[in-house]
Ligand binder design. Structure first.
Ligand SMILES: [Zn+2]
Length: 232
C-alpha cells in the first residue's frame, strides 16, 4: 500500500484488529508497563510502524471528511496502543488477550497485539495492517453514531464493510495508492480472520465466515458506506 507523503501522525500511538469490543465501563487503557519505542520497529523495521501511523492518520482524515459532509463534528479515536502480553492492557477491567486487536468503547482506544500484527504484516502483507486498523477504527465510528445491533455478527460485518469503504474511498481520493498485491492481501487477510464454519452465526463472538467477511469488505470497498447499512 503506498503511503501518503504527509498526512501521518496526529496520533499518540499505534494500533489495530480482529477481535472486538470488550465490555463497557471505565476509561483509558490501563497499562502495567509503558515502553517508548514500539516493539514493531525492532522486529519489522520502520515499515510496520509507518503503515500503522498511515492507516490511522488516513482513517482520521476519512472519517473527519465523512462526518463533516453530514455536518457532524468528528472526534478522532483517542489512542492506538500496542501490547505484547496477556492482560497487559485492560478494557473496562477485562484483560485484553494476546493475538488480538480490539476497540475499547469506554476508553475510546484501539489496542493491538504488536507481535500478532507484525507477524500478519510479514506473512500476509502491508495491506492487512490497513484492513485491521480500518476494522477497529470502524467500531469507534459505530459507537460515535450510536448504532445498535441485535447480533455481534451484524456489528462485525458492518465494521468490515466500513473498513472497505475507508480504504476504497481513500484510494479513489489518492490518499493511498494501491500496489499490485494489495487486493490479494486484503482477500488473504479476510480468509485468515474468518470464523470456522462450525461457529453458529448467532453466538456472541461470531464475526462471520471468510466468505461473509470478504463480501462485506468488498461491498464497502466498491460502493462506499451506502453498502454498509449505516443511517448516517
Ligand atoms: Zn470487530
Amino acid at each position: 500500500m503506498g503511503r501518503p507523503s504527509r498526512i501521518l501522525l496526529l496520533l499518540t500511538a499505534v494500533v489495530v484488529a480482529v477481535g472486538c469490543a470488550v465490555g463497557v465501563g471505565e476509561s483509558g487503557p490501563s497499562e502495567s508497563r509503558r515502553r517508548s519505542p514500539a516493539p514493531g520497529q525492532s522486529q519489522a523495521g520502520d515499515n510496520f510502524a509507518d503503515d500503522v501511523r498511515a492507516a490511522v492518520g488516513v482513517a482520521e482524515r476519512y472519517w473527519t471528511q465523512r462526518f463533516a459532509a453530514a455536518e457532524r463534528r468528528f472526534q478522532p479515536i483517542r489512542q492506538v496502543v500496542p501490547y505484547e502480553r496477556d492482560g497487559e492492557l485492560t478494557c473496562a477491567g477485562e484483560p485484553i488477550p494476546r493475538n488480538n486487536a480490539v476497540y475499547c468503547p469506554p476508553g475510546d482506544f484501539i489496542a493491538y497485539d504488536i507481535n500478532f500484527a507484525v507477524t500478519a504484516f510479514e506473512r500476509i502483507g502491508d495491506a492487512f495492517v490497513y484492513y485491521l486498523l480500518g476494522h477497529e477504527y470502524a467500531h469507534g465510528i459505530q459507537v460515535r453514531l450510536g448504532v445498535e445491533y441485535r447480533y455481534t455478527i451484524d456489528q462485525e460485518l458492518q465494521a468490515d464493510c466500513l473498513a472497505g469503504a475507508y480504504l476504497g474511498d481513500s484510494i479513489k481520493q489518492g490518499w493511498l495508492t494501491l500496489e499490485p498485491n494489495d487486493l490479494d492481501e486484503f482477500a488473504n487477510g479476510l480468509l485468515a480472520v474468518g470464523d470456522d464454519p462450525s461457529v453458529p452465526w448467532f453466538t456472541p463472538g461470531a464475526h462471520g465466515t471468510a466468505r461473509q467477511r470478504t463480501d462485506a469488505f468488498f461491498a464497502g470497498y466498491g460502493r462506499s458506506v451506502v453498502a454498509c447499512q449505516l443511517r448516517a
